[in-house]
Design a binder for this molecule. Structure first.
Ligand code: HEC
Length: 107
């Protein structure tokens, strides 16, 4: 009895979540694809090599704030001011959430 309860709850929660699952999965897929466009410079999954700044584990609001400053020109940049103009706000939110969910690179 005490073992059956959590299991039943789990199934119940799963059933409730199912109608949402396809769109969540699509968002995750989209976020991963979008984030992959940063990998050339910031490393696979944001785990940067060498001097490049890592994005893995960066809080989403920090990434969004940096991004907004690049986009507006408030933060001078060699390249990010250009790159930041190539994504919609919705895309950047997905990217920020994706990197925030990655474990930071080991130094
Ligand atoms: C062509 C190389 C390149 C690509 C692609 C690129 N970046 Fe960058 N990024 C840089 C460089 C270089 C900097 C340092 C600022 C500058 O000079 O532009 C930087 C800085 C940043 C910073 C600030 C990091 C910090 O700690 O200050 C963020 C956030 C960032 N990039 C996000 C992204 C995201 C998100 C993407 C993908 C959508 C991306 N970048 C794609 C080269 C790149």
């Amino acid at each position: 009895m005490s073992l059956a309860f959590p299991t039943r709850w789990g199934l119940c929660a799963l059933a409730l979540a199912l109608p949402m699952a396809p769109s969540l999965a699509q968002d995750l897929q989209l976020a991963r694809n979008l984030a992959a466009t940063c990998a050339n410079c910031h490393g696979t999954n944001g785990k940067a090599k060498g001097d490049m700044k890592p994005l893995a584990g960066m809080p989403a609001d920090k990434l969004l704030a940096l991004w907004a400053d690049y986009k507006s020109g408030a933060q001078p940049a060699t390249i990010m001011h250009q790159i930041s103009k190539g994504y919609t706000d919705e895309q950047v939110r997905l990217i920020a959430a994706y990197f925030a969910s990655q474990s930071p690179a080991k130094p």
